[in-house]
Design a protein around this ligand. Sequence first.
Ligand code: FAD
Ligand code: NAD
Length: 404
Amino acid sequence: MSENKPKIVVLGAGYAGMMTTKRLMQQFAPEEAEITLINKHNYHYQTTWLHEVAAGTIDVNRSRIMISDVINPKRVHLIYDTVKKINKADKTVQLENGKVDYDYLVVGLGFEKATFGIKGMEEHAFSIQSVDKSRLIRDHIEYQFARYRNEANPDSSMLTIIVGGAGFTGIEFLGELAERIPVLCKKYDIPRRDVRIIDIEAMETILPGFDEELLNYAKDSLEARGIEFKLGTMIKEVKADSVIVGEDNEEIKAGTIVWTGGVQANRIIGESGFELTKGKVNVDATLRAPGDEEVYMLGDCAWVMNNETGKPYPPTAQIAIQEADVCAHNIKTSIFGGTLQEFSFDDKGTVASLGGSDAMGTVFDGNKLYGLSASVMKNVIDDRYLFLLGGPMLVLRKGKFRPF
Ligand code: FAD
Ligand code: NAD
């Protein structure tokens, strides 16, 4: 690649990074720009399926896609390394094993769990955050079942699973647990009544702010499959084998504690000197970091303002994917001239899986879907992304509707 071409560097191969790289390949001829994609692993994963990996209802490999299968390594320089820091002053990115310089930077390093300083959370709670961390949850739960069978007088709390938070991640994970636990009970000859799955949520309702009819449907569906809810109860502390909750500091013992209580931008952003608002960068309408015109901040690293409500959009894969188009267009415009595009979110709705063939949500203009039709819609949404990323062959290989 020639030395004088503009260097565009994309950090993170999540929804934002992968789709931006695809769009950059479409926007630029090979001689017009040097495109580099840097990611920790040689695979991209479907973050939106990690609750299934964590519960063990899908195989890990189903959620992973080799990056070089969808991004042509002859067009894009692929670097598999860990980003350590962005040096804005000299426009370089420090990696674990090297340094890369950029003219334009796209930051799609995603999220990490927000622990809000809760004592013991970092050390003792699992989180659904990456393929490796999710697989650890699956293995830990199964280990507790195996342990229970092997102890003379097993403590039944070993089989208690606590999920902290009843946002969408928590609810989707509970749905998968509701399906998975009976399978493990059968495998280890353990009665289902010996296992408790308790969700602890600070607010008086699950899915705070969501449609009441739909959240009641979700709650009823989960309770019918043995999930217990403790609402209006704040987790205050996490210990190795218990959580301390509520005003009266009740201690609940558990063998597995999974925190789904919130997310924040990858800490590298703050450590690199970008100004954070509630853990994320408040980008301008063209998706650039304020004061850094050549840095685009996408996906879960960014707050994008909804001008109608005056609040930021919730961080989702849906928005991350849509941001890619505007980002690629604006980088091209910055290089060749023209008018920068402002991002406008086309909200296609929200659908949450509840395990098996159950789901609920709203689509398009607020139509509510429940049960099988919602579950089919969720699979269509997932497969649509695979289609955008890798065409029909990727849908056939990894999609939810694949024929084998
Ligand atoms: P990510 O998808 O998190 O990707 C970040 C990438 O950066 C990863 O590949 C990671 O390996 C890489 N990376 C991180 N740190 C480094 C580093 N230091 N060096 C190199 N590479 C690094 N949203 C929806 O719209 N619909 C859903 O149904 C939905 N379901 C969800 C289910 C779960 C269980 C979870 C946890 C989230 C769900 N979300 C959903 C939210 C959605 O997944 C996120 O908003 C989305 O993943 C954000 O995309 P992203 O590209 O910003 O980051
Ligand atoms: P969230 O912030 O949406 O929910 C966290 C929940 O934890 C909240 O209900 C909060 O009240 C609760 N909580 C916080 N502190 C607590 C404490 N100390 N004790 C008890 N409860 C506590 O986080 P999330 O569910 O991880 O979702 C993150 C983002 O990903 C959101 O934007 C969400 O919309 C998106 N997402 C979307 C889908 C989907 O569309 N199907 C699925 C998963 C996630």
